[in-house]
Every structure is written in C-alpha cells, then in structure tokens.
Ligand binder design. Structure first.
Ligand SMILES: Cc1cc2nc3c(=O)[nH]c(=O)nc-3n(C[C@H](O)[C@H](O)[C@H](O)COP(=O)(O)OP(=O)(O)OC[C@H]3O[C@@H](n4cnc5c(N)ncnc54)[C@H](O)[C@@H]3O)c2cc1C
Length: 244
C-alpha cells in the first residue's frame, strides 16, 4: 500500500527549458581554432580584434570546420512530454542525458494538452505534410478526449500502486503525453545539429519538418544559446543553419 495521497492531474500546453549550467562563449571557438596558427599563445589571442574574430567564426562555419565549436558546454533542464523525449534521445553525438526515473519515484500526473494555437490537422503525403489549424470543435474534442484518457490512466496507475504493485510495473499504463524531466548537456556543435533538424526556419538551406512540441523545446534552447554565443549563432544563421 502507498501512503501518498493521489495528486490532482495537471494539464499543460507548454514545455520548459532552463539553462542550469554553462561554460560557453564565442571566444572558446576562437582559442580552439587559433591553436592551429598561434600554438600555446592561442588563449591570449582569443579576445583580440573583434572583427577578425567574427571573420574567423564565419569562415569556420562556412567551411564546416566543426571541432572548434565543441570546446564549450551547456546543461539544460527540460520538462516536456515523454513523446518529445523519445525524439530527443535519438540525438546521440555530443549529448549527455539524465532523466527522472519511473522506477524510483511515483510519476506525477502532469499531462500535455495542445494549446488553442497548435495546428491540429495534417494534410498531404508522407515527407510533404502540412499542418493547418483545426476548428474550435476539433480543439474541444482533443482537450476533452485527452483529459478523460489521462485521468483514466492515472487512476489505473494509482490503483495498482495502492494495491502494492511496484512503480516499474504500474507505469506501463501511463501515456506518452505524461511530462518527464531531464538534464541534457551538449556543446554548440551538437546543439546546431539538433537545431538544424528540430526547428523550421526560412534561413535553413536544408529544410526540416519537426514535430511542433520538440520544436518548442529547440526554440527555447536556441534563445539561451544565442545569448551566450551571439557570433556563433549569427554565423549559423548566415550559413544556412547547417551544423559545421
Ligand atoms: C523530421 C524528422 C522525422 C524523423 N522521423 C523518424 C522516423 O520516422 N523514424 C525514426 O526512427 N527516426 C526518425 N527521425 C530521427 C532521425 O532518424 C535521427 O535519429 C535523429 O534526427 C537524430 O539525428 P542524427 O542521427 O543525425 O543525430 P546524432 O545521433 O546526434 O548524430 C549526429 C551525427 O553523427 C554521425 N553519427 C552518429 N552516429 C552515427 C553512426 N552510428 N554511424 C555513422 N554516423 C553517425 C552522423 O553524421 C549524424 O548526423 C526523424 C527525425 C526528424 C528530424
């Protein structure tokens, strides 16, 4: 038996992304790149001549010299539905993850329900999908059906916990719309690769068609990163949003 009272379900239409730690600035790219020509003096060279620095970052981005963009680190705390994490964890290179456990703690009833502006209707063929706004009735149906279904599955989970069943067994009934949380650590190069695939942007030379909810996470990460590394971010946009 569990002595914890069942919490009321909470329904969210957003995601959250917090930058919890970072060691990332444009000068990290410069000193890493300048070791090629300045050897052990490259650290001192990093802050000299801003125009030359901008030029060097642009050149590295344009010619896809990627490794100087790896000498930095950003750790994000992300809260998003499990279906977003399923897509996120496919990004293997230059990423480290730790996610909350459904074995060691009772999962909280926080569920994703699309907001009124989320496009609901898919048109076209695979690879060429377009999403258009649904009607007010379609949106009402989505909200009603999802909330009802989430309540039922969480009640089933709770019932099993109350019967003494282990969390790792009971969680099987919970849906992918349940929120989870994780720390995700990356560097600018791996983040650029992620952004190139998980955002839709007119400046991209190779367009991608991500699911809106992972794009919401990507947009928040990009905002934080752009504040830390404005020259690198500008060069990424200027060169078609292709990871070097
Ligand atoms: C719009 C969209 C739709 C998708 N649809 C599906 C789908 O229907 N089904 C599905 O399973 N996945 C799907 N994916 C996931 C996709 O196949 C990739 O797993 C995901 O985008 C991560 O990309 P990545 O492998 O390039 O990234 P990472 O794993 O971070 O790898 C980065 C880069 O490292 C190199 N690399 C990494 N591992 C290897 C390796 N083993 N061998 C050689 N090179 C390697 C590659 O150059 C790779 O691009 C989709 C992704 C997007 C963006």
């Amino acid at each position: 038996m569990t002595d914890e009272a069942a919490p009321e379900p909470l329904f969210r239409d957003d995601v959250s992304v917090e930058l919890v730690r970072h060691s990332a600035q444009d000068s990290d790219v410069l000193w890493a790149a300048r070791v090629s020509t300045a050897g052990e003096q490259s650290l001192e060279e990093a802050h000299k001549d801003p125009e030359r620095s901008k030029g060097l970052i642009n050149y590295l981005m344009r010619d896809r010299h990627g490794t100087p963009f790896e000498h930095n680190s950003m750790t994000f705390l992300v809260s998003a539905p499990i279906f977003v994490f399923r897509e996120f964890h496919r990004h293997r290179s230059g990423w480290s993850y730790n996610e909350e456990s459904g074995r060691y703690r009772r999962l909280q009833p926080v569920f994703y329900v699309p907001g009124a502006r989320r496009k609901l209707v898919q048109q076209g063929r695979p690879g060429k999908y377009e999403f258009v706004a649904g009607t007010a009735e379609q949106h009402d149906t989505v909200v009603t059906v999802m909330e009802e279904s989430y309540r039922q599955s969480y009640a089933a989970y709770q019932r099993m916990l109350e019967a003494g069943v282990a969390r790792e067994v009971a969680r099987a009934v919970l849906p992918v719309g349940l929120f989870s949380s994780m720390y995700a650590t990356c560097n600018a190069r791996s983040l650029m690769h992620f952004l190139s695939l998980r955002t839709k942007d007119e400046r991209a030379t190779v367009p991608s068609f991500p699911q809106r909810e992972i794009e919401m996470v990507a947009e928040r990460m990009e905002q934080r990163w752009a504040e830390l590394m404005p020259l690198t971010h500008a060069a990424f946009n200027a060169h078609g949003r292709v990871a070097p």
